[in-house]
Write a protein that binds this ligand. Structure first.
Ligand SMILES: [Zn+2]
Length: 477
């Protein structure tokens, strides 16, 4: 019996059953990266968490649309362009390619749709127009602002009292705001800045309206799950919710809000000044095993809890993977399909994911399956494990290993070739492909030093790159 899904809904602060609006088509939106710099470890966490959730939903429902946007229009990108002398297009294209390569190295599947803010301006202008018409927004001094006083529920998602928000607002409030809490939907652009014509003059959107427009276009006025990091609840998600609810007054916008906890490094909030700021790329440099090990580090902590990363934990995760792969390399192959015992083992191990995505418990059950397979393969008694599972399985060698492979698929781990992993991990084709993509991205932004570094790194691992006019291929030396 497969248990029904339950998740902790940030909006109600309660664990609730997941009831899709349309069981034939589940829809989820997650805020994606602002593409001006390499992804850091904190950026990786929501992408891994919601990748597992998307994989779980796809097992349960016939159709899932997972939308994750690319914010390629933001003042941070403009600032980076001014700093480096590169064009905005070069920075967003290069950073997007880097992001895709890094996510692939963590075995994160691409979302079903990945809209870009710059392709969605017309939808943003439409939404802002609806808000102005409905009395929820006003134009002032070339800007269009959302009026927080027009939405009595403002502050409910983040649990903030609007009056306190006002009291805490900065003193240097822009003179064109009616209320210090009002936020920008549209702002004017100079000729040197990216800008689009609108009823309010040439300008560009604020960040919050980008997500309201992209979720509307790809998922509709109302959809099932909105995800992101806890740090986005206020103001970003509070503002998205206010915009979308006011633009479509009869809709609820997202039914459920899921937020992952913070990521710390060595017990402290990651920051450049503390010297503990790490990018995904910094981790990947440790070896071809590091992406998968980092993914396991992330999944060993429940997604809502704070997670403390350290290199020691990364090595512990690698040791764990080594032991999984050691077993898989010698396990007898058995076809998993049409095998009731294997199916039952898989459902048992995945059961914790139905309870607010309890990945640590699912991993513990994966370890139990490993213990069971080990016991079976040496002809020993699997009694201890069977007691814990309380299932009364009478498995034969190979079955628990087959179940492990399927469970790992949902968690997005153990996807490397077991034999190659044990040779030192250089057989991880996904990591090699990701490195090739990263090198192409470096070349595209004319970062020859980084491109050469990646090539040398691969050469040292016995991977030879061949650049042809049809792209880059590789072979082992
Ligand atoms: Zn967003």
């Amino acid at each position: 019996m497969i248990p029904p899904l339950h998740f902790h809904n940030s909006a109600t602060r309660q664990r609730e059953p997941f009831v899709p609006i349309d069981p034939g088509h589940v829809r989820m939106y997650v805020c994606g990266p602002t593409v001006y710099d390499l992804a850091h470890l904190g950026n990786a966490r929501p992408n891994v968490v919601f990748d597992v959730l998307a994989r779980l939903l796809r097992r349960r429902y016939p159709r899932v649309t997972y939308a994750r946007n690319i914010t390629d229009l933001d003042d941070k990108i403009m600032a980076r362009a001014a700093e480096t002398g590169h064009s905005i297009a070069e920075i967003t294209a290069g950073t997007t390619a880097d992001f895709h390569a890094d996510m692939a190295s963590l075995n994160i599947l691409p979302p079903d749709v990945e809209p870009r803010a710059t392709d969605s301006i017309a939808d943003m202008v439409t939404l802002i127009g609806r808000l102005v018409e409905g009395g929820h927004a006003y134009a002032a001094d070339g800007h269009v602002l959302f009026s927080v006083a027009s939405f009595p529920e403002y502050g409910r998602l983040s649990g903030r009292d609007p009056d306190e928000l006002l009291a805490g607002a900065r003193v240097d409030v822009a003179p064109y705001k009616r209320d210090p809490g009002d936020f920008v939907l549209w702002k004017p652009s100079t000729d040197a800045m990216p800008g689009w014509d609108s009823p309010w003059g040439r300008g560009r959107p604020g960040w919050h309206i980008e997500c309201s427009a992209m979720s509307w276009r790809h998922l509709g006025e109302e959809f099932d799950i909105h995800g992101g990091g806890q740090d986005l609840i206020f103001p970003h998600h509070e503002n998205e919710l206010a915009q979308s609810r006011c633009a479509f007054p009869h809709s609820h916008f997202a039914r459920m809000w899921l937020h992952n906890g913070m990521l710390l490094v060595n017990g402290e909030k990651m920051s450049k000044s503390l010297g503990n700021f790490l990018t995904v790329r910094d981790i990947l440099r440790l070896g071809p095993w590091a992406g998968e090990a980092f993914r396991l580090v992330l999944l060993r902590t429940h997604y809502r809890a704070a997670l403390d990363y350290s290199e020691e934990r990364l090595h512990e995760a690698k040791a764990e993977l080594d032991s999984f792969y050691a077993l898989l390399a010698r396990a007898l192959p058995v076809p998993a399909a049409d095998d009731d015992t294997v199916r039952d083992m898989v459902e048992w191990a995945l059961e914790p994911l139905a309870d607010d995505l309890n990945t640590p418990l699912a991993i513990a059950r994966l370890q139990d399956l490993r213990t069971l397979e080990n016991a079976l393969s040496v002809g020993g008694s699997p009694t201890v494990v069977l007691d814990r599972a309380a299932r009364g399985w009478k498995p034969h060698p190979g079955q628990a290993a087959a179940a492990m492979r399927e469970v790992a698929e949902v968690l997005g781990i153990l996807n490397s070739d077991a034999v190659a992993w044990r040779r030192g991990g250089e057989g991880n084709d996904a990591a090699i492909e990701a490195a090739i993509q990263a090198r192409l991205a470096a070349r595209a932004r004319r970062d020859w030093a980084e491109a050469d570094r990646i090539r040398d790194d691969l050469t040292a691992k016995g991977v030879v790159l061949e650049d042809t006019k049809n792209g880059t291929t590789w072979r082992r030396a």
